[in-house]
Write a protein that binds this ligand. Structure first.
Ligand code: GAP
Length: 459
């Protein structure tokens, strides 16, 4: 992969740390592998991604119902869904000398051998036949299936086994009957949920890309079996619109049809939306699976509770399901990668985040030209308070000189900077009284805008 692109990812992750987007988890104790904490600007961006998603897929439609299920669930859920079995395991190998653990399929891939969809025994044979060694050059152990779920014990006596959910989807399936009984939805309809998921990944890596604790935004869209292909096409269209709404360019998105031998244990068709991450190339951003009636059927069999939909005419039946599944962290990574821009403005080089306005942590930053002039500060505070009431996400920035503030706000993607200067006070030209300078992040151009028109201008 091209070196510049690799460096670009380093620049993005260092900006993210320097500017309060993403910190390593448990930082002062040396971190905890596979965990990251969102800083003040990271949580703002993350929340915006989630609220835009909810607006588009739940509030913006009449066929979707929201849900927020518990993370801890009865262990029988995971038996019925197949997650306690081999279907939710990754192939683990150990360096026999250092004890370091790796994913066998990744080591094989690094040696130019494709192992997607193969069993542990098949990968074992490939490792032996091709004399594949650990990155340190040592012999590898036998490949074994390693289940990715975090197990935990519930209650003071620890009598009940449970797991931190590895996907939000099962919370939806388990509530299918509750939603049908309370909301009387018409088929096709979907249930959407945003929440944390946990996977004990063998090798967490590449920043937020593969972590052990992450957030998902998932929809289970229930359809008649006969309609699944037509509904799949319609939903594909909506998923493309979502990625455009995140500001991701079509050129950086690829749709990958997952081959039959690599489909998840529940899926008959899956398209992965891949993003062209700098230094890494195209890799998964979100998935869109046709899960048939696998989950509802399994839960009906295991629980003894009927998971059926009753049509106006005809007998109750188990609907089939389409599942768009998005990782919030991967969306946030893609949004930052897409937005990261280096250019020259005036005489100087700068870095800026060309974030879509609806995602930027701050909509606008307000500052007085000079912070030691009380009238400027007072007026700036008044404008700040007015805009804060309107937008909420408004920054007051009086650190350093105006040039430095512009650079700083550019770097965190603030679309506009408003400056209150002596003209605002009407000291030089009465006609400019109560107007402010509004600077545009992308062009650096400045306009004078009356304070009374500011809120609508910034919208
Ligand atoms: N319910 C289906 C499901 O969970 P998945 O492909 O395993 O499917 C869906 O996960 C999405 O969740 C992925 O496309 C990715 O965005 C995100 N995801 C999965 N594992 C992840 C991990 N270890 N770290 C970060 N994101 C992850």
């Amino acid at each position: 992969m091209n070196e510049n692109k690799e460096k670009q990812m380093d620049k993005i992750t260092s900006l993210a740390k320097r500017r309060g987007f993403v910190f390593p988890g448990s930082d002062i104790y040396g971190g905890l592998k596979g965990t990251w904490d969102l800083g003040p600007l990271g949580v703002a961006l993350n929340n915006r991604i989630k609220s835009e998603w909810w607006k588009m897929f739940v509030d913006g439609r009449e066929d979707m119902y929201g849900l927020d299920a518990a993370i801890l669930m009865n262990e029988r859920v995971w038996e019925a869904s197949g997650h306690t079995g081999a279907g939710f395991s990754d192939p683990l190998v150990e360096d026999t000398k250092t004890g370091e653990r790796f994913r066998a399929d990744h080591l094989l891939k690094d040696s130019g051998i494709e192992a997607e969809g193969l069993s542990a025994a098949e990968m074992d044979a490939l490792i032996v036949d091709n004399n594949v060694k650990s990155p340190a050059g040592n012999v590898l152990s036998k490949v074994k299936d390693f289940n990715l779920m975090f197990e935990t014990a519930v209650g003071a006596e620890g009598k009940y086994k449970s797991y931190l959910r590895p996907e939000t989807a099962q919370g939806i399936f388990v509530n299918f009957k509750n939603v049908v009984d309370t909301m009387a939805p018409k088929l096709p309809f979907g249930i959407a949920q945003i929440g944390k998921a946990f996977r004990n990944e063998i090798a967490p890596r590449e920043w937020l890309f593969r972590v052990r604790e992450f957030e998902q935004m998932e929809i289970e869209y229930f359809v008649k079996e006969a309609d699944w292909e037509a509904e799949y096409e319609k939903m594909l269209h909506d998923l493309r619109a979502w990625h455009r709404h995140l500001g991701l360019s079509d050129a950086n998105i690829r749709e990958y049809e997952v081959p039959a031998n690599d489909l998840a244990h529940y899926s008959k068709r899956t398209i992965d939306f891949e993003y062209n991450y700098p230094g890494k190339g195209f890799d998964e951003l979100a998935g869109f699976a046709y899960r048939t009636d696998h989950d509802l059927k399994s839960h009906e069999e295991a629980s003894g509770v009927k998971m059926r939909y009753t049509p106006v005419e005809g007998a109750p039946f188990i609907p089939h399901v389409l599942e768009p599944s998005f990782g919030v962290g991967r969306a946030l990574t893609a949004v930052l990668c897409e937005a990261y821009t280096e250019d020259t403005i005036g005489e100087s080089d700068r870095i800026y985040l060309k974030l879509p306005k609806h995602l930027a942590p701050y909509r606008v930053a307000v500052s007085p030209l000079l912070k030691n002039k009380p009238q400027l500060v007072e007026k700036a505070r008044a404008v700040f308070t007015m805009l804060k009431a309107e937008f909420g996400n408004v920054a007051f920035d009086d650190n350093g000189n105006v040039g430095k503030r512009y650079r700083r706000q550019d770097e965190i993607g603030t679309p506009y900077c408003v400056v209150i200067d002596f003209e605002t006070l009407g000291e030089e030209d009465e006609t400019l009284k109560n107007t402010v300078t509004v600077r545009d992040r992308d062009t650096g151009e400045q306009q004078r805008v009356p304070i009374a028109e500011l809120a609508s201008y910034l919208k």
